[in-house]
Design a protein around this ligand. Structure first.
Ligand code: HEM
Length: 359
């Protein structure tokens, strides 16, 4: 106990030092920090789309080297494919700059929030890591495993950026409470039948939500796998997965359909359990975007995968993922708020019982 207190204290002292180092930055308000965090999320998503555009225009090896464009030359030749690939590299620099600005803003944010500093620092590291994975994609001659990893890694970065936006809207105390697993109110067993506990419903809803998110993650993995066998390799003469494209797409569509059904069932359960409209609205938004995404998927498959529809499908996939995580975060906040309210209500009931029947 003392050890953990000591560690906490020394971390505070270290962070205090960091705080002084960055005292030249003017104080940043929570609202401005949130705007910057939102900008980071937008830039990460835009980078997913710019990377996809490089592959879909066949410009993946427009710059055949990394980090320079050619062995002895940093910048691209004046031609379409090299400029597409080089433009994407320049855009990555813009993403790093926005992520660094978010980190500096986290350091200068008042009130101080350690969670935001840690998460913003990991986003900066993550974006630099993504640039290195991009280099591996080029140096491996667009190996489909590397391309799929590049895409899935970008989804992790989008999740981290979304978490920064979410955390920026809560105090450190609220965030600490959200990390603790849902606890039954301490006086519950003596006062209420646990079968009708709202806590149980929140736990069930969180489980459904988690199940839906896992299935959506599986759609992304299957989609990225199918792409590795598909027609858009990013350049001519690139190695492909030796599995029939149609089989992978059928698997991808099957998982997508199952996920859609699970999300619809989850939405009806939320309605039946009288969950707040704030959570329900986000789940219905998820259903709508998933339906549009499914329609785009089927259309692009029937039209033999035209590049512009694939770009739209990648935007849809990113949007589906972000909304899925977003609704889960909202559900978690409400679950904790409801449990705390219940706990407070029980304490009030218990104290009025004590006042009415003093020992
Ligand atoms: C919520 C539902 C869906 C999501 C989130 C989703 C997501 C994805 C993702 C992430 C990819 C890989 C993109 C890339 O790396 O280029 C992909 C590829 C693909 N998806 Fe979906 N998808 C969904 C539903 C569907 C459905 C119902 C179909 C219908 C057959 C479909 C057809 C395709 C096709 C044909 C590709 C391959 C594109 C290519 O070769 O570049 N998708 N999907």
């Amino acid at each position: 106990m003392e050890g953990s207190h000591g560690r906490e204290l020394s971390r505070e002292i270290r962070l205090g030092g960091v705080n002084k180092t960055f005292s030249w930055i003017p104080p940043v308000s929570p609202a401005i920090f949130t705007r910057l965090a939102e900008a980071s999320l937008v830039f990460v998503v835009a980078n997913i789309l710019s990377g996809a555009a490089v592959r879909l225009t066949g410009s993946g090896l427009g710059c055949p080297d990394w980090p320079t464009c050619y062995h002895h030359r940093l910048v691209a030749a004046d031609a379409f494919h090299p400029l597409m690939e080089f433009g994407n590299r320049i855009f990555v620099i813009a993403v790093v700059v926005v992520a660094i600005a978010t980190l500096l803003a986290a350091l200068a944010r008042r009130p101080y929030n350690k969670e935001l500093i840690k998460r913003s620092a990991s986003l900066v590291g993550g974006v630099i890591g993504e640039a290195i994975v991009g280099g591996i994609v080029v140096l491996s001659h667009l190996n489909p495993y590397a391309v799929a990893a590049h895409f899935l890694y970008a989804m992790v970065l989008a999740t981290q950026a979304l978490l920064i936006v979410h955390c920026s809207r809560h105090t450190p105390e609220e965030l600490a409470r959200l990390r603790v697993p849902l606890q039954a109110p301490t006086s519950r067993s003596s006062l209420l039948d646990s079968k009708v506990s709202p806590l149980r419903l929140y736990r069930r809803a969180l489980l459904w939500s988690f199940g839906a998110i896992s299935l959506i993650a599986a759609i992304l993995v299957a989609g990225a796998g199918a792409t590795g066998a598909g027609p858009h390799a990013g350049a001519p003469n690139v190695v492909r997965f030796h599995v029939p494209f149609d089989d992978l797409i059928h698997l991808h569509a099957l998982i997508a359909t199952s996920a859609g059904l699970v999300v619809v069932a989850y939405a009806f359960l939320l309605h039946k359990w009288h969950f707040s409209w704030r959570v329900q609205r986000r789940v219905w938004l998820l259903i709508s975007v998933m339906a549009i995404q499914g329609a785009i998927g089927v259309t692009q498959y029937l039209l033999h995968v035209p590049a512009d529809l694939v770009e739209l499908h990648i935007l849809g996939a990113t949007t589906v993922w972000i909304i899925a995580v977003w609704q889960h975060l909202q559900l978690k906040v409400e679950a904790h708020n409801a449990t705390e309210k219940e706990e407070a209500g029980m304490r009030a009931t218990a104290s009025s019982v004590v006042e009415t029947f003093p020992l």
